[in-house]
Design a protein around this ligand. Structure first.
Ligand code: AMP
Ligand code: MG
Length: 346
């Protein structure tokens, strides 16, 4: 065969292969999913389009950022910044790192806005009810509840700039109700800093969304039906389509235990010292960022449907879905007026 013919065949095959590849690309839009474990749960990052950096490099950056957040705020790690602050004596100025300062300031602002329904000093009560790092017996005597209640209170945490002063001996800070949302926002900022504009970042079901999915549509986010028997993600009750914003869910249906006095769970009403009403199964909050959504979701579990709904309706940009469980196990959903429309799962 002549050299020219060989080259011709080669060129035709190459062009055909290129054409096929382009066609395949249209059918298989670029998408990348990264997964890992953090904060006692899992995370996932879904990206549409092709990032400028490799998946390995991006995963390393995300892991590094999560490491920083955990080293700052994990009450389960005795060497974390928050554990050192919790061990420190009262009335001494404690300088906080940038992350901890941001999250504590948001937590204290939410405490004031909810008149103490949200309270980042509630940790000793969480432990007393058997859900914190120092697991208690799980069924405390009423005297023990009142005694601990006297020792807590967000007003005893005074934050000025980046300096915290605990004005009561033994005051503990627990940011579990809001730190996960901050972690989600922190990962989203890593993506943004690397030019990524179409993504869903999720830690343990709390998430932030921006842009479009690989098909060029708003991202579809599944909302679970409260069902303690179903594995996470398998009991979808609906889908919402979002191009921006965050969703966080706080609920009692995955973390609870049965005790003599009924079902006990890990969200405590600081005003009574007791776990919140078990009839409110979960609250899902929509907010511009995930730290806000996460904190408010926990706060609304404490405020309950009536007070909580009024609180939400008075705040533009915040929406909520309350799910109550009746005695016959039927679920009742109540939406705030601007909650993103739910669509049936496909
Ligand atoms: P979340 O899953 O975001 O609702 O957070 C629940 C965690 O927040 C619990 O495990 C406690 O550590 C903590 N917590 C419980 N009750 C409160 C409360 N009233 N205010 C702030 N944090 C709370
Ligand atoms: Mg929360």
């Amino acid at each position: 065969m002549q050299r020219r013919t060989v080259w011709l065949i080669f060129a035709v095959v190459l062009l055909a292969a290129l054409g096929f590849w382009r066609q395949w690309q249209v059918l298989q839009p670029d998408a990348l999913t990264l997964r890992g474990e953090t904060m006692g749960t899992t995370y996932s990052v879904r990206i549409a389009g092709r990032p400028a950096l490799s998946a390995e490099r991006l995963q390393a950056l995300l892991t590094e950022r999560l490491g920083q957040v955990n080293a700052s705020m994990s009450t389960w790690d005795p060497r974390s910044e928050i554990s050192r602050i919790n061990a420190a004596p009262a009335d001494t100025p404690l300088r906080l790192g940038a992350d901890l300062r941001i999250v504590l300031a948001a937590a204290l602002a939410l405490s004031r806005a909810t008149d103490g329904a949200f309270d980042p000093t509630v940790g000793p009560l969480v432990n007393l009810w058997g859900f914190g790092p120092d697991r208690g017996s799980g069924e405390p005597l009423p005297g023990a509840v009142a005694e601990i209640q006297r020792r807590i209170g967000y007003r005893h945490a005074e934050l000025e700039g980046d300096v915290l002063t605990k004005t009561r001996e033994g005051l503990q800070i627990d940011l579990s109700a809001i730190a996960k949302g901050f972690g989600v926002d922190a990962l989203a900022r890593v993506l943004e800093a690397n030019g990524i504009r179409d993504y869903v970042v999720e830690i343990g079901g709390d998430l932030v969304v921006r842009g479009h999915n690989p098909q060029g549509q708003p991202w579809g986010i599944g909302i679970e039906r409260p069902d303690e028997a179903a594995p996470p993600g398998e009991a979808l009750q609906a889908v919402v389509r979002l191009e921006a914003g965050a969703l966080a869910t706080s609920g009692t249906y995955r973390r609870f235990k049965r005790a003599q006095g009924g079902v006990r769970h890990h969200i405590i009403d600081p005003r009574t010292g007791y776990p919140t009403q078990p009839t409110l199964a979960e609250v899902t909050v929509y907010a511009p960022d995930c730290m806000t959504a996460d904190g408010i979701a926990t706060a609304l579990m404490v405020l309950g449907v009536r007070e909580g709904m009024a609180w939400v309706e008075a705040r533009p940009g915040i929406e909520a879905l309350f799910v109550e469980e009746g005695a016959d196990r039927t679920l009742r959903r109540q939406f705030s007026s601007g909650f993103p429309a739910l669509q049936p799962p496909q």
